[in-house]
Design a protein around this ligand. Structure first.
Ligand SMILES: [Zn+2]
Length: 266
């Protein structure tokens, strides 16, 4: 009986599903609506804000806000930014327009351009609907079905499963890192985005060098070295750098020249 229900559900899901194209031109399976993803992102953010202390230091907040705002101007929409008191060098962005940066990331991202590389990478995961894609791909698993059922029935969310699917599972025992393809896509989209906002795209390479140095095999899921290796990411970024430098030049000519580090100085 359970199997019949399962099959019917899968047929329903596949019928409803659509093939989409990512901003980088890749075919994607997208089965959740934007509204469903945004609701999950908002709920996840609320949970995090309730569980994790936020940094009160106005300079740190102004610095992160400044970098995020310059990127958001290029992307459009309403975004909320929080700096969390957490030593892990991690950051995330969620559907629904949420950005979180851990205080530990500010020790690894050595300047505004490296922080822009982190945030633009995270925002690119959202713009390319990577959580939706991953959830859609996993719809045949218990986790995927559970999520879709929870959303469909509006019974509320299973918090840990939802966090995992949104890439926030490390603290919740569900580790679902983005796929290698998604990571590469976020890297390259992020590179273009930071360049368009007037940041120095070459600093993205230094960010990954710093990430490699700082972690010692202790990186959060989002930045696991197994997900493209740092060397692969760096080479891919370098290959796209001439194009990014052009975008950056255009941004400077248009007067986009973020000066966020002035805000970080004590
Ligand atoms: Zn990523």
């Amino acid at each position: 009986m359970e199997r019949i229900v399962f099959s019917l559900m899968m047929i329903g899901l596949l019928t409803l599903s659509g093939c989409a194209t990512s901003p980088m031109g890749r075919n994607q399976l997208i089965m959740m609506s934007d509204a469903e993803m945004n609701a999950m992102g908002n709920q996840a953010f609320l949970t995090l804000v309730q569980k994790t202390p936020v940094v009160k230091d106005p300079q740190a907040n102004a610095y992160v806000d400044c970098v995020a705002s310059a990127l958001i101007r290029e992307v459009g929409g309403q975004w909320q930014v929080a700096v969390f008191q957490d030593g892990d060098a991690n950051a995330f962005a969620l559907p629904g327009g949420k950005i979180g940066v851990n205080s530990g990331m500010l020790n690894v991202a050595a300047n505004q351009d490296q922080l822009a590389a982190v945030i633009s990478h995270e925002v690119s995961h959202v713009l390319a609907k990577h959580s939706n894609e991953r959830m859609s791909q996993q719809s045949a698993t218990k986790l995927g079905l559970g999520l879709i059922q929870a959303v469909a029935s509006a019974k509320g969310y299973n918090s840990s499963a939802m966090m995992g699917a949104l890439g926030l599972g490390a603290q919740y025992g569900i580790l679902l890192p983005y796929s290698r393809v998604q990571e590469s896509e976020a890297d390259l989209m992020g590179l273009d985005l930071m360049a368009k906002a007037g940041f120095n795209p070459t600093e993205s390479v230094n960010l990954w060098i710093n990430m490699g140095k700082s972690s010692g095999g202790n990186q959060p899921a989002e930045f696991l070295s197994t997900h493209p290796s740092h060397d692969t990411r760096i080479q891919d970024l370098k290959n796209r750098m001439p194009q990014a430098m052009e975008l950056s030049k255009k941004a400077h000519a248009a007067g986009k020249n973020p000066q966020c580090e002035d805000l970080a100085r004590r």
